[in-house]
Design a protein around this ligand. Structure first.
Ligand SMILES: [Zn+2]
Ligand SMILES: [Zn+2]
Length: 359
């Protein structure tokens, strides 16, 4: 489901940044779409892997949450339309990805700094798996967890300027925020405009950088996040928390946090859409004569009427004891599969009675 970036680049989990870079270089040469036999998909995949593994922060996040840092796979709440908490998520391939591809590419062949890639001024999205049990999925719940991530610096409020410090025009770019640069690649030389490396595109620089964050506007810290999980959510569906991802550079918008819900397998109940299924053993006599028995449900013990002559494997429905629908809070049903147990040890008298019955 999610991608293994290490596998994509063909490196070990312990690979050094040099090894990762070398592996990416190889892949990019091999798959570059402008080359004969190039493969755009593979090139994009390698680039995506490199973007994550070459960035120590992104790599740490990816390592921490296993292979779930999967932006392309975040389909999220498919089938859960109408519920506003579901982002439907994936932004797939947007312009900033494109910028990254050429950034990475320029980085290889140009050897010239950051290759002029203009990063979208927005924090990175994070995806985290959140495990809940079936009962929590059926009735909804609230979860609190801790997440170590980039947050806006609380001293400067994210702009990287020491409080009280004045801003003045950047000398490097004359306040334009952009500088011209020439890149030499195997396809020739390109002139391009890039963000000024001194003011990072702002056109002005602070007299004093914020001491707390060194002017980055971002600090790593642990954030406590509380999320309401709606009743009826299913395994694999995602909840998007807008602007709860990594803080954006220089106080720009934070990324989003996607919580992918994983519902633990339950030993007694199986979910199918909004219905639940379970099994109940009954005796031979109860099956033949009918009975009222107690069955376990997520609502506690319930009474169930077994009709006379029920067959093993037959389903009995208990209405509205299934999973809550996201839209209108009505509930699916609980189906109980009746298992008739044949007695294995009979007393002499029981044996004779059964023989006499002859059915
Ligand atoms: Zn700061
Ligand atoms: Zn500048």
């Amino acid at each position: 489901m999610s991608k293994d970036y290490y596998k994509i680049l063909g490196v070990a989990k312990s690979a050094s940044s040099d090894e990762i870079r070398a592996a990416f270089r190889k892949q990019a040469h091999q798959h570059h779409p402008d080359k004969q036999g190039g493969n755009t998909e593979k090139f994009k995949e390698a680039n995506e892997a490199f973007q994550v593994l070459s960035d120590p922060q992104k790599r740490a996040q990816y390592d921490q949450f296993g292979s779930t840092f999967d932006q392309a796979g975040m389909g999220g709440g498919a089938g859960a339309g109408g519920f506003s908490g579901f982002g439907g998520g994936a932004q797939g391939f947007d312009f900033s990805d494109l910028g990254d591809i050429f950034g990475g590419f320029g980085d290889i062949f140009g050897g010239g700094g950051r290759g002029g890639a203009r990063r979208a001024a927005r924090g990175t999205d994070i995806q985290v798996d959140l495990q809940i049990d079936l009962k929590e999925a059926v009735f909804g719940t609230e979860k609190t967890f801790k997440l170590y991530k980039d947050s806006a610096c609380d001293v400067c409020g994210g702009n990287g300027v020491e409080p009280g410090s004045k801003m003045h025009k950047c000398k490097e770019c004359g306040g334009k925020g952009q500088v011209q640069q020439v890149q030499r690649t195997v396809f020739g030389a390109f002139q391009s405009m890039a963000d000024c490396p001194i003011c990072e595109g702002n056109g002005e620089v602070p007299e004093k950088k914020c001491k707390q964050c060194g002017g980055r506007g971002i600090i790593k810290k642990q954030d406590e996040i509380t999320v309401k999980i709606p009743a009826g959510i299913d395994d694999g569906e995602s909840i998007r928390l807008t602007s709860r991802g990594e803080a954006g550079p220089k106080g720009s918008r934070a990324g989003d946090l996607y919580l992918r819900v994983r519902v633990k397998k339950d030993s007694r109940f199986r979910r199918e859409n909004f219905d639940l299924y379970t099994k109940k053993n009954i005796s031979f006599t109860e099956a033949a004569l009918g009975a009222t028995v107690e069955v376990e449900s997520l609502d506690g013990l319930l009474k169930m009427v077994i009709p006379e002559g029920v067959q093993s494997g037959q389903l009995i429905r208990l209405k509205s004891k299934g999973v809550t629908h996201l839209r209108d809070s009505s509930r699916g049903d609980l189906y109980i599969e009746v298992i008739v147990t044949t007695p294995t040890k009979l007393s002499k008298k029981q044996r004779e009675l059964l023989k006499e019955l002859g059915v």
